[in-house]
Design a protein around this ligand. Structure first.
Ligand code: ADP
Length: 195
């Protein structure tokens, strides 16, 4: 199915996991800006070094860098049949950039899925993950900063997309399967109601 989605939610809400499950069932690529930055950092290239100097502190990578990367990624052939953006846009300026990319490509956004999680549960999940994955930005101080930035810069996007009639809210608490079912059902009814 050709569907264009955005997944938004605080760090620790399980966006990456849900993005993969949903994309597998829809047959579309999951495009995670955070993952792309981590892949470049692991490769040790220029973009990776630049990104790492921000991500390791829990700061946002500068918009011009991120926007260019997303523009290039969305122009790749596998994105022509739909995609899910995980972790982008992350502030109002990135929404403007994404609107421009969509206009340029002549495509429309279908829906924004918000996966909600309260701060303390999100922090507990991330600290648990830190011991398994060893992500540099999963220390308590950096986690708290990422969550602060989420409230200050990313949360306003929820209101914005709600006003555009694109927002689907899903509770991110519970097991991975519980949340996956909620996401699929909520998205299914949203798209059916629109059809
Ligand atoms: P999380 O949602 O748990 O913070 P992500 O993998 O989405 O994890 O992002 C990790 C880091 O990558 C962010 O803290 C930020 O530094 C950087 N990053 C990811 N997406 C963006 C974006 N859209 N704009 C700027 N920086 C980003």
């Amino acid at each position: 199915m050709s569907v264009r989605l955005i997944l938004v939610g605080p760090p620790g809400a399980g966006k990456g996991t849900q993005a993969k499950l949903l994309c597998y069932s829809l047959g579309i690529p999951a495009i995670s800006t955070g993952e792309i930055f981590r892949a470049h950092a692991a490769a040790g290239d220029e973009l990776g070094k630049l990104a790492d100097s921000y991500t390791s502190k829990g700061e946002l990578v500068p918009d011009e860098v991120t926007n260019r990367m997303v523009t290039e990624r969305l122009a790749e052939p596998d994105a022509a049949g739909g995609f899910l953006l995980d972790g982008y846009p992350r502030n109002p300026a990135q929404v403007g950039a994404l609107d421009g990319i969509f206009a340029e490509l002549g495509i429309e956004l279908d829906a924004v899925v918000e996966i909600g999680a309260d701060d303390e549960s999100a922090i507990a999940r991330l600290l648990g993950r830190a011991s398994e994955q060893g992500r540099k930005d999963d220390t308590e101080g950096v986690i708290r900063h990422r969550i602060e930035l989420y409230h200050a810069q990313t949360e306003p996007l929820i209101t914005l997309y709600r006003e555009r009639g694109k927002l689907i809210e899903v509770d991110g608490m519970g097991t991975i399967d519980d949340v996956a079912v909620r996401v699929r059902e909520a998205l299914g009814s949203f798209l059916d109601a629109r059809a």
